[in-house]
Design a protein around this ligand. Structure first.
Ligand SMILES: [Zn+2]
Length: 111
């Protein structure tokens, strides 16, 4: 599908033609330019990857919360250590995902 980018705010619109006005900043249709096919395909792939990252991050949040419950239950030292390790991994992965998403935004791999 064709994509159009707002020259004022960068909003990406999917459609056969540009919208009458930018849904984000209100700029007129004339401010939109058609996104080249190659960039459009990159945006589609980036959307998919970014969506995976966001779902992964939500799952990691569940892992962290479960691990905190396990840690606080303190069944025995080995369990507490394992749950603390799991919490550490999830926090690191979530931070790495945020950094990667920020990189995507900086490179325009977002839309
Ligand atoms: Zn706009």
């Amino acid at each position: 599908m064709k994509k159009w980018q707002c020259g004022v705010c960068g909003y990406i619109h999917d459609g056969e033609q540009a919208p009458a006005a930018c849904p984000k900043c209100g700029a007129a249709m004339e401010k939109f330019t058609e996104v080249p096919v190659e960039k459009s395909e990159l945006i589609d792939r980036s959307r998919k990857t970014n969506q995976i990252y966001m779902e992964l991050s939500a799952l990691l949040e569940q892992v962290k919360e479960l691990s905190e419950i396990g840690r606080d239950d303190e069944l025995d030292p080995a369990c507490v250590a394992l749950f603390k390790k799991a919490i550490g991994y999830t926090v690191e992965l979530q931070q790495a995902i945020k950094a990667e998403l920020a990189t995507h935004m900086g490179k325009g791999k977002w839309g």
